[in-house]
Design a protein around this ligand. Structure first.
Ligand SMILES: Nc1ncnc2c1ncn2[C@@H]1O[C@H](COP(=O)(O)OP(=O)(O)OP(=O)(O)O)[C@@H](O)[C@H]1O
Length: 259
């Protein structure tokens, strides 16, 4: 049984490069400031504060909020990149995260070597890795670059490879940031089909995006993050009614694309 439960999660980052007295004073003095000092009197920013929700099979959660509201930090926490400073996370199911294009890749190695490394890491047999390699090679369509170091790739090629690798094995839980929607139009058609297939087969989706139309298409529940806290949680149109400017909400309700 797949589930994901976040219980009272908070995350603070120490800001090692912002320790001058005047800057501290300016940032700490603000009302409802997200800045605080840690136990060593270092300035820290509260990226997430008391986040709780639970997801079960069939849930498609969207994260919305202004720049810096904590969406990426929450996705990274759910994927295990960040440890919560407070609270806990309980997850059952195989998680695939499409968060940073280069995540988990060694850019000094070739695309092919990265695929084999990933295969070994996942405990696959040689025959399984060969199939994985063929699938990814065909999908990414980057030709001889497959045998060049990843650091020599264009950003579009890195996205293709990362995307191919991340979507090649069926997950229970998919964590996605909106970079997945960037890329050349030609590739996007192919990529979208693949991601749709992957999400359709998964039990749970968590997606962060700034596009209301994408959220309506992909999700059945929204959490609005505001300054690292949950401001609203509910069906997408209910949350959009308070989150979006009136004219955008009306356009969305009328079925127009709102990017
Ligand atoms: N590694 C880090 N070190 C210090 N502060 C960080 C770090 N990561 C995030 N933050 C801070 O945490 C807060 C939340 O950032 P986050 O990137 O999660 O927001 P976001 O909602 O994803 O924004 P955007 O829509 O711009 O991508 C911001 O104030 C940001 O500056």
């Amino acid at each position: 049984m797949t589930y994901l439960i976040a219980s009272d999660i908070s995350i603070g980052f120490s800001l090692y490069h912002a320790q001058t007295r005047s800057l501290k004073k300016a940032l700490l003095g603000k009302v409802s400031s997200r800045f605080a000092t840690d136990e060593k009197n270092r300035l820290s920013v509260q990226a997430l504060k008391n986040i709780s929700f639970s997801l079960k099979a069939g849930d498609r959660l969207g994260l919305v909020g202004a720049n810096g509201s904590g969406k990426t930090t929450l996705l990274r926490t759910l994927s295990g990149i960040y440890q919560p400073t407070k609270g806990s996370l309980s997850i059952e199911g195989k998680v695939i995260s499409l968060l940073d294009p280069e995540q988990g890749m060694n850019t000094d190695l070739t695309g092919r070597e990265n695929i084999w490394l990933r295969g070994y890491y996942l405990g696959l047999s040689k025959a399984q890795i060969v199939r994985l390699e063929q699938d990814i090679e065909e999908f990414t369509d980057i030709g001889h670059f497959m045998d060049m170091p990843v650091r020599s790739y264009s950003s579009g090629m890195v996205i293709r490879l990362a995307f191919g690798m991340a979507t090649s094995l069926p997950p229970d839980i998919v964590l996605m940031d909106e970079w997945i929607l960037a890329g050349d139009a030609n590739f996007m058609g192919k990529a979208r089909k693949r991601v749709e297939g992957m999400v359709a087969g998964a039990d749970i989706l968590v997606l962060a995006s700034h596009s209301p139309s994408i959220m309506l298409e992909w999700t059945n529940r929204l959490i609005w993050l505001d300054n690292g806290e949950i401001r609203a949680d509910g069906p997408p149109m209910d949350v959009f009614a308070s989150y979006l400017p009136k004219e955008d909400f009306e356009a969305l309700a009328a079925g127009h694309v709102v990017g």
